[in-house]
Design a binder for this molecule. Sequence first.
Ligand code: NAD
Length: 250
Amino acid sequence: MARELVAGARRMVALTGAGVSTESGIPDFRGPNGLWTRDPLAERLSRFQSYVDSREVREAAWRARAEHPAWGAEPNAAHRALVELERRGTLRLVVTQNIDRLHQKAGAERVLELHGTMFEAVCLGCGDRRGMREALDRVAAGEADPDCRRCGGILKSATISFGQALDPAVLERARVAVCSCDVLLVAGSSLTVQPAAGLVGLAASSGARVILCNASPTPYDDFAAAVLRGPLGEVLPALASAAAGEEHRP
Ligand code: NAD
């Protein structure tokens, strides 16, 4: 069923989550080896209000940012399969919850970063935005909690933490895209984070067929026309070859 849907798709949108990058060595949050599964305290670092309120949390967050495995990560077969679908004209847009830019590194040209990017830092006071390298160089030079160079405000990676509002324009673009797609390909997301997860229901109620690729069950499995549980590094290349009308041989 999933192969037929992909082969017939003309306006596909992909919604991706952390599971797409685990095969690149970046842990997800809630999978079996997820950051939160192994260390529940890690959740505190991801809460917006804790970051604003606590210097201790900010210092820990900067240390974690400097050591993030994404800095040295390479895209995997799942990212590359989505690029193939884009180049073939099947896939219109990747809406990603990921902050690691691996879709772009793989060559994807149309990517919407719903939860921002870890490659930039932004001031929560004046909105000044700069490359993350500058902030991390300051951390490496001994500043445990670098502040905004322009106004002295709290500096934060340009990612959306829990409890922090998404950019309304970015969310609106995602909503418009899923409302007008014929197939929504969901990959590597537990679909427990709103409003991202709600895009699945929105797509289904707008008439899209949903293909859900995730190792573990999600609250949206019942919305899906097809559910695939295998590893994304195998599942997505197989779907990309379906779009090309080929037999997939791993
Ligand atoms: P999540 O951790 O809640 O869920 C990931 C899902 O992917 C899990 O259900 C897991 O079973 C599945 N999965 C993991 N590896 C897989 C594989 N190889 N094949 C098939 N399925 C696999 O992730 P989420 O839903 O994206 O929500 C987490 C939030 O944390 C997001 O907001 C995201 O921004 C952020 N996050 C991003 C990254 C990243 O950029 N790589 C990493 C961790 C967390």
